[in-house]
Design a protein around this ligand. Structure first.
Ligand SMILES: [Zn+2]
Ligand SMILES: [Zn+2]
Length: 358
């Protein structure tokens, strides 16, 4: 479909439903109708996220438990094909990135602008809220952001993990001149490198165990890569920074050892952002070191107010995020897409699902 062409909506659509962990079937469902403040989006690209894989494998993340069939997928973009009667800002034919957390707008967190902390957020693909592995979905109009022609749907979908990096960058006050270490080059880590580059950081040191991920990190703007299988991260970071340590370190892998090395990689007065979630609640951390060095620690939970900036950064042409897409599947093969992401963790960077054709 091209822009402004009249579009005949089908009555039913395909949806990839996870009936139980590890098992996704394709179901025929009615195409939803947008209510007054919603838009109907023809979903064009959905990235498989680590959280989707986690629900697929374990059926839960912390307090969120899969208790009934659920549709996964929350990194998504598409084209608006219908709008509710009160929607004026958007129209059919608009290509959009979808921010997946619909917030209440009324609580303290929302009013403060930190709506990622809204206790009533309805986040796509987080039980019991269905996600984006569908041909069509409705979402509140303020959660969709038009994208320019030069941005692909895949890039727009990747604005979601990119947003985490932007949020971490803002919270830990990245600026040109900052020296940064990022531990873990999974998809979030790789997009965090891109975010750091967007914020003008010239020294981006990254660590991982896999050469293919470090290679991708260099493409995203990492200036120094450390394979922690062969090298000691702290030794190399101290070397690069003339023995001082970095201004800021982010841990994105949820690995306790990586968190400790992120902390020890800091200069005195440095900043630590915790982006990845370790599987255990309590991990050993050197408290006197934190106090003695006046380390600032930032928890990072999703993101807020990042979509417009992310779209602008990704449209600037300075990022090659398309090169992170290693695997592509039609909606009918969502099961295979999830298995690919689960069993090929060292080789696959971003797995992409195309609900309306590839
Ligand atoms: Zn995600
Ligand atoms: Zn709220």
């Amino acid at each position: 479909m091209t822009r402004h062409e009249p579009y005949e909506l089908p009555v039913t659509m395909k949806a990839a439903v996870m009936t139980k962990p590890g098992h996704i079937i394709i179901e025929e469902q009615p195409v939803p109708t947008p209510s007054a403040n919603e838009v109907l989006v023809k979903v064009m690209a959905v990235g498989v996220c680590g959280s989707d894989v986690h629900y697929f494998e374990h059926g839960r993340i912390g307090r969120f438990i899969v208790e009934k069939p659920i549709i996964l997928g929350h990194e998504c973009a598409g084209m608006i094909v219908a709008v509710g009667e009160h929607v004026s800002r958007l129209k059919p034919g608009d290509r959009v990135a979808i921010e997946p957390g619909v917030t209440c707008g009324r609580c303290h967190a929302c009013k403060e602008g930190r709506y990622n902390l809204c206790p009533d957020v309805q986040f796509l693909a987080t039980p019991p809220v269905d996600g984006a592995f569908v041909e069509y979905m409705v979402i509140r109009e303020d959660m969709v952001f038009p994208i320019p022609d030069q941005l692909t749907y895949e890039e727009a979908a990747m604005n979601e993990p990119f947003s985490v990096g932007i949020h971490a960058a803002r919270r830990s006050k990245l600026a040109p001149g900052t020296t940064l270490a990022i531990m873990g080059m999974g998809p979030v880590g790789l997009m965090a490198v891109a975010a750091a580059k967007s914020f003008g950081v010239q020294t981006i040191i990254v660590t991982d165990l896999e050469e293919v991920r470090l290679e991708a990190a260099r493409r995203m703007g990492a200036t120094h890569t450390i394979n922690v299988r062969h090298e000691d991260a702290l030794t190399v970071i101290k070397e690069i920074t003339g023995g001082i340590g970095v201004d800021t370190a982010w841990e994105t892998a949820g690995n306790p050892k990586a968190l400790q090395s992120a902390l020890y990689s800091l200069r005195r007065g440095g900043k630590l952002a915790i982006v990845g979630l370790p599987s255990q609640d309590e991990i050993a951390i050197n408290v006197p070191f934190i106090a003695d060095n006046e380390v600032d620690i930032y928890g990072i939970f999703r993101y807020a107010n990042t979509y417009p900036a992310g779209i602008a950064f990704l449209s600037s042409g300075q990022h090659d995020v398309m090169s992170l897409i290693t695997d592509r599947y039609p909606l009918e093969e969502t099961q295979q897409a999830m298995e690919r992401a689960l069993y090929n963790k060292s080789g696959s960077l971003k797995v992409m699902v195309y609900p309306n054709g590839m």
